[in-house]
Design a protein around this ligand. Structure first.
Ligand code: HEC
Length: 118
């Protein structure tokens, strides 16, 4: 009886420690890499913010005063929240449904950089 149980217990222990070591190993299913603001802007936001379509405030240095004013009056965080949740004709996440909050933030930062807003 004891002869049979002991090897079984050893096997169980071995199995456990195997599991432990594999959970420390890097997993293949890591988070998808965060996309840059420049990429997302060109893919989603420029449609409206490049041309002023749908009444969107245009991005660019000629609109520097507008964006600087927005940052000053509303604050950067508010602009990010508006971009995430949408406001009036601005669709939530600028229609980038799989964009993370951080990715939307990147896109807003990029828009402000393009506009040379402070
Ligand atoms: C379908 C057109 C459209 C798309 C696409 C779009 N926007 Fe907008 N956006 C608007 C409009 C219109 C407004 C103005 C909303 C208002 O204040 O009435 C706006 C406003 C904003 C504002 C706030 C400006 C302010 O005055 O407070 C930010 C920030 C913004 N958009 C970011 C983005 C980002 C980032 C993307 C891309 C991920 C994007 N938008 C894509 C139409 C669009």
């Amino acid at each position: 009886m004891i002869r049979i149980l002991l090897p079984a217990a050893a096997l169980l222990l071995a199995a456990c420690s195997d599991n432990d070591s594999s959970s420390n190993a890097p997993t293949a299913s890591a988070e998808p890499a965060e996309r840059s603001g420049a990429l997302l802007y060109r893919q989603y936001c420029v449609t409206c913010h490049g041309s002023g379509a749908a009444g969107a405030p245009r991005v660019g240095k000629e609109n520097r005063l507008y964006w600087s004013h927005e940052v000053e009056e509303e604050g950067f965080e508010t602009l990010v929240q508006e971009a995430i949740h949408g406001i009036n004709a601005m669709p939530p996440r600028g229609n980038c449904y799989d964009c993370s909050d951080q990715e939307i933030r990147n896109a807003v930062i990029y828009m402000l950089q393009l506009s040379a807003a402070k």
